[in-house]
Design a protein around this ligand. Structure first.
Ligand code: KET
Length: 398
C-alpha cells in the first residue's frame, strides 16, 4: 500500500534543531531555530505569562470546545495589539480575525482561503524567505515565485529591484511580506520604502499577505507594526498573520492570529465565515490554554506592562549579543561582513557563510546555524559567544 511513499528529507530548520538535541557534545551551541534563549541559555517563561497561568490554573474549570474562530476575548485583544487600539478599520468592523495555531496556522488558513477565492493568483515571496513560506503555499496549491530582496554584496536591501518586480505583477497577485525582523536576513524596509511598496500594491490591485512573527523584536511593538497599520489605515485589502511564539515565548502553545482587512463590514463578516469554515474542516477549533494566557496578559494593564518591559529587555540582550559577536569577530572579518552583525535586526543575522563552512561549524565545532548561513543571534550568551567566535574564526582561516 505504501510502497510509493517517498522518504521525507526533513525540514531545514526543525530537523536540524532535532539533530542538535541528539548531539552528545557538551559544548554544542544551538543558533539554528528562531527561539529566544536567556543569558543562561534557557527558554524563558515570562513573568506575566507565569502570573496569568497561575491564575488560570488556580481556577480549573470545564474544558468545552472554543468557537471555531477562537476565544472572543483573545481575538479582540490580538486585533488591538496588531492594528492599534484606535485603528479606524477595526472600529468600523472591517477586520476579520480568527485565532490560529501560531503564525504557521495563520499562514495556512489564509493560504487555503485565498486559493479558494483567488484560484488563478500566484504567490510572490522575498528572495530569500523563511523556507516554510514556500512549503505552506505550495501545499495549498499555489505556484510560488520570488521577488528580489537581499543584496549579498551590501548586506542590505535591493529596494529598487524589489519595487520594480512588485510593480510588474499581474493584478490580484499575492505578495508575501515580512512586517519586521525579516527572516532569514534581518534586513527590513524603512518607513518611506513601505509607503512606496504599499502605493504600488494599491495601484496594481495586489493582495498583500503580511507575516508578523516578531512584533516587538525590531523597533518596538508599535513601530514593528507600521506596515500592517498603514495598510489598514488606507483600507487596503490584505491578510496579516501574527504569532505569539517568540514575543510571549509560548512556542508550544501555538498562539497566533489571522486577520483579513476588508473593504467594508459586510465583506468582513463573509470573510470571517469562510475562515471559520476552513478552520472547521482542518482542525475544527483551536486550543484554549495559550489563548487564555495571552488574553489575560493583554487585557490586564499591569501584566501587559510587565510583558512589554520583559520583551524590551529581551531585545536589549539580543543587541548586546550582536555587539559581542561583532567585537569578537573583528580580528577575523571586516567591512560589511562584520557590520551586518550589528546592522541586521531581530533574531537573525545572515552570516554569508557558505554551506561548506556551515557544515564545518557543526561537524568540527558543534555550532549549529542554518545551511543558508542564517544565525539566530538570540541563542548567543556570555558563555557561548566565545565558542562561536573561535569556531567561525577557525572555519574562515582554512
Ligand atoms: N513566520 C516566520 C517569518 C517565522 O520565522 C516563523 C517561525 C513563523 C512564521 C511560524 O511561527 P509559529 O508561531 O511558530 O508557527 N520561525 C522559526 C521556527 C520555525 O521555523 O518554525 C524559525 O525560522 O526558526
Amino acid at each position: 500500500m505504501f510502497e510509493h511513499i517517498d522518504a521525507y528529507p526533513g525540514d531545514p530548520i526543525l530537523t536540524l534543531n532535532e539533530n542538535f538535541q541528539k548531539d552528545p557534545r557538551q559544548n554544542k551551541v544551538n543558533l539554528s531555530i528562531g527561539i529566544y534563549f536567556d543569558d543562561d541559555g534557557r527558554l524563558p517563561v515570562m513573568q506575566a505569562v507565569r502570573t496569568a497561568e497561575a491564575v488560570i490554573l488556580g481556577d480549573p474549570g470545564p474544558k468545552p470546545y472554543l468557537p471555531m474562530a477562537g476565544f472572543a476575548q483573545y481575538r479582540d485583544a490580538v486585533q488591538a495589539l496588531v492594528f492599534g487600539e484606535s485603528c479606524p478599520s477595526r472600529a468600523a468592523g472591517r477586520i476579520a480575525t480568527v485565532q490560529t495555531l501560531g503564525g504557521s496556522g495563520a499562514l495556512r488558513v489564509g493560504a487555503d482561503f485565498i486559493k479558494r477565492y483567488f484560484p488563478a493568483s500566484q504567490v510572490w515571496v522575498s528572495d530569500p524567505t523563511w523556507e516554510n513560506h514556500r512549503f505552506i503555499f505550495e501545499r495549498a496549491g499555489f505556484t510560488v515565485n520570488t521577488y528580489p530582496y537581499y543584496d549579498e554584496a551590501t548586506g542590505g536591501l535591493k529596494f529598487e529591484a524589489m519595487l520594480a518586480a512588485i510593480a510588474a505583477l499581474p493584478p490580484k497577485s499575492i505578495v508575501l511580506l515580512h512586517a519586521c525582523c525579516h527572516n532569514p536576513t534581518g534586513v527590513d524596509l524603512e518607513r518611506a520604502q513601505w509607503e512606496q511598496v504599499i502605493d504600488v500594491m494599491q495601484q496594481r490591485d495586489l493582495l498583500p499577505f503580511v507575516d508578523m512573527a516578531y512584533q516587538g523584536f525590531g523597533a518596538g511593538l508599535d513601530d514593528d507594526a507600521f506596515a500592517v497599520r498603514e495598510i489598514a489605515r488606507r483600507g487596503l485589502p490584505a491578510l496579516i498573520a501574527n504569532s505569539f511564539s517568540k514575543n510571549f515565548s509560548l512556542y508550544g502553545e501555538r498562539c497566533g492570529g489571522l486577520h483579513v482587512v476588508c473593504e467594508d463590514a459586510a465583506s468582513a463578516d463573509r470573510v470571517l465565515g469562510q475562515l471559520t469554515a476552513s478552520v472547521r474542516s482542518n482542525y475544527s477549533n483551536p486550543p484554549t490554554h495559550g489563548a487564555k494566557i495571552v488574553a489575560r496578559v493583554l487585557t490586564t494593564p499591569d501584566l501587559k506592562q510587565s510583558w512589554e518591559s520583559e520583551l524590551a529587555a529581551m531585545c536589549q540582550r539580543i543587541a548586546r549579543m550582536r555587539v559581542a559577536i561583532h567585537d569578537g569577530l573583528r580580528q577575523h572579518v571586516s567591512g560589511e561582513a562584520l557590520s551586518r552583525y550589528i546592522r541586521q535586526r531581530g533574531m537573525f543575522t545572515y552570516t554569508g557563510l557558505s554551506a561548506d563552512q556551515v557544515e564545518r561549524l557543526r561537524e568540527e565545532h558543534g555550532v549549529y546555524i542554518l545551511r543558508s548561513g542564517r544565525m539566530c543571534v538570540a541563542g548567543l550568551n556570555e558563555q557561548n559567544v566565545g565558542i562561536v567566535v573561535d569556531a567561525i574564526a577557525k572555519v574562515l582561516a582554512h
